[in-house]
Design a protein around this ligand. Structure first.
Ligand SMILES: *Cc1c(COP(=O)(O)O)cnc(C)c1O
Length: 397
């Protein structure tokens, strides 16, 4: 072994030790190998009902919808790559079409599409913030938003989750000190399934001319609003949200993300946003599929209502077993506490045919490891009853 290899092994020990530590705390992660069959997954030969999918409307499994889509494209014209950034030669007509569809559905001046929500959230804030910006961010925002804040020049204060009196005090204290304040929140929170109070946020924003709202609707688009456009649609406040962001990878059964906004913000992002500029644009076929699904989104009101009904059943069922949460959506956490208990609960559910997964730190705060149920419109009332029946009451643990 030469000297080089020896030092390399020494360096690797550090990684091995770190992984060992994760294993000891039950926080070690591996990639599961699975086969999808409709709403079920097959893992290691076991068939289970998928209760961990973000395919909230079941559209990713809708073979009829896919068939209808293929009839709208000519096989010889399908493009699986854009081969370039949008600022060079990657701006295919499918982009203009998708962005026109978005701004017309939302009724906004403009829309801009990104490769994914992670790109959107790590790119928009660094682009629009400077040292004279204060970001006030909910304590439980998604990691992609946290990374965006880290990359920005703004000063940031996190307010306690959904604690608007604290937020109001912060705005009152700082609005004169900063040129702009951006309030950053999700509408439906990804790990707790609870909701931000949009009317209250909008009221706060309207009181101050230099306060802007940034709303991530990743878990609400498709699911909320009569047109499926999210919580901002449901509360009639689309035009009050300065940065209204959503993703296509969840309920919309595609991939990518969007912002709907004023024209000036779109122009600014095209010129300043690094994850927009320095990346190969999404494949045109993906954009065509996204446009297709978007144009059908309003038709799925029955699916949205069913999803709301079974989610409510699951929440009530869990409460009756002694598990309380603030969830108001299809994301229903069952808090276990220690990671080891969450892992054990997941194993038990899986043995009984339900593919539910433990969520552990750093995704959620230490001591709040949980099973995160994530329901889709394909799940039946009967199946929810069966899930609840397998869960042991808190007191008997
Ligand atoms: C999933 C998610 C994202 C990331 O979106 P991708 O398109 O998967 O990169 C961003 N924000 C929230 C709240 C999410 O849940």
């Amino acid at each position: 072994m030469n000297k080089n290899q020896e030092t390399e092994r020494g360096e690797l020990t550090r990684f091995l030790d770190e992984l060992q530590l994760l294993k000891k705390k039950d926080n070690f992660r591996t990639l599961p190998t699975l086969v999808h069959q409709g709403k079920e997954v097959i893992i290691g030969g076991e068939r289970m009902l998928n209760l961990s999918s973000n395919d909230y409307l079941g559209l990713a499994n809708d073979s009829g919808l896919l068939k209808a889509f293929w009839q709208t494209v000519k096989p010889e014209e399908i493009k699986f790559s854009s081969s370039s950034s949008r600022l060079l030669t990657g701006n295919f007509a499918a982009y203009d079409e998708l962005e026109a569809t978005l701004s017309s559905l939302f009724g906004t001046e403009a829309a801009l599409v990104f490769n994914c929500g992670y790109h959107a959230n790590t790119g928009i804030l660094p682009a629009v913030c400077d040292t004279k910006t204060l970001i006030l961010a909910d304590k439980l925002i998604h990691a992609s938003l946290i990374d965006g804040i880290r990359l920005s020049d703004a000063k940031c204060i996190r307010y306690r989750h959904n604690e608007y009196s604290q937020l109001e005090r912060l705005v009152e204290t700082y609005h004169k000190e900063y040129e702009q304040i951006i309030i950053v929140t999700e509408s439906i929170f990804s790990m707790d399934g609870d909701e931000a109070d949009l009317p209250r946020l909008v009221k706060l924003k309207r009181k101050y001319p230099n306060v802007l709202l940034y709303l991530d609707e990743a878990h609400a688009v498709g699911v909320r609003g009569t047109g499926g456009l999210g919580c901002a649609e449901a509360y009639g406040c689309i035009s009050d949200i300065d940065f209204l962001v959503g993703t296509f990878g969840k309920a919309l059964a595609s991939s990518g993300a969007y912002i709907v906004c004023r024209q000036v913000i779109r122009d600014y992002l095209i010129n300043k946003m690094r994850p927009f500029i320095f990346t190969t644009a999404l494949p045109p076929v993906t954009l065509q599929w996204t446009s297709f699904v978007l144009r059908h989104l309003a038709e799925y009101q029955e699916k949205r209502e069913h999803l709301a009904a079974i989610s409510s059943n699951l929440r009530t069922g869990l409460q009756e077993k002694g598990y309380f949460s603030a969830s108001a959506s299809q994301i229903v956490p069952m808090i276990a506490g220690e990671s080891s208990s969450a892992v054990r609960m997941a194993e038990e559910l899986q043995r009984k045919g339900f593919y539910a997964l433990p969520v552990r730190p750093p995704t959620v705060p230490e001591g709040t490891s949980r099973i995160r149920f994530s329901l889709t419109a394909d799940v039946t009332e009967e199946e929810v009853k069966r899930v609840i029946a397998t869960i042991r009451p808190v007191s008997s643990k």
